[in-house]
Design a protein around this ligand. Structure first.
Ligand SMILES: [Cu+2]
Length: 154
């Protein structure tokens, strides 16, 4: 003896599964796929590290006789820990963050400020892979700094 109600419920179940499957196919092809093709997949901890690393362009940096300008000058960061670097211009003069040699991160793109960082403004960059970059300030070439990005030690 077949019960029409249970076969009806079975039919609804099959339709629900088909609808769910096609919805996920549509999502995968129209949203997930283009997104994942556009950029390499990067670990969430690397994209949103625990800490920000701050480098200041300090007052007086435009003076070639002043020893300190990018402070700190040498910065070592680790992916997933403190690889989000912010350059704060706390000086009264505009400066740039310019790599000595072209440097590019495969997720974040070319490194370096586009144009100057005005007084009171900042430039920030999230490194997502290992790098060793020497950089300077375009108008004040005596302003020099270095960034070393390594994998977390644990
Ligand atoms: Cu400068």
């Amino acid at each position: 003896m077949s019960k029409p109600t249970s076969s009806h419920a079975y039919g609804i179940g099959v339709i629900a599964i088909i609808v769910a499957l096609s919805a996920s196919v549509v999502f995968y092809t129209s949203f997930y796929l283009p997104e994942s093709l556009a950029k390499p997949s990067v670990d969430e901890h690397v994209l949103h590290p625990l800490e920000e690393t701050v480098i200041e362009m300090i007052p007086g940096s435009a003076d070639p006789d002043q020893q300190d300008n990018f402070v700190p000058k040498l910065v070592n960061v680790q992916l997933g820990i403190d690889n989000h670097i912010i350059w704060n211009n706390v000086d009264t003069t505009p400066h740039t963050v310019t790599p000595d040699h072209r440097a590019e991160d495969s997720y974040s793109g070319p490194f370096g400020s586009t144009g100057v960082v005005k007084a009171g403004e900042k430039y920030e960059f999230v490194f997502t892979e290992e790098h060793e970059i020497d950089y300077h300030c375009e108008p004040h070439p005596w302003m020099k700094g270095k960034i070393i990005v390594t994998k977390a030690r644990f």
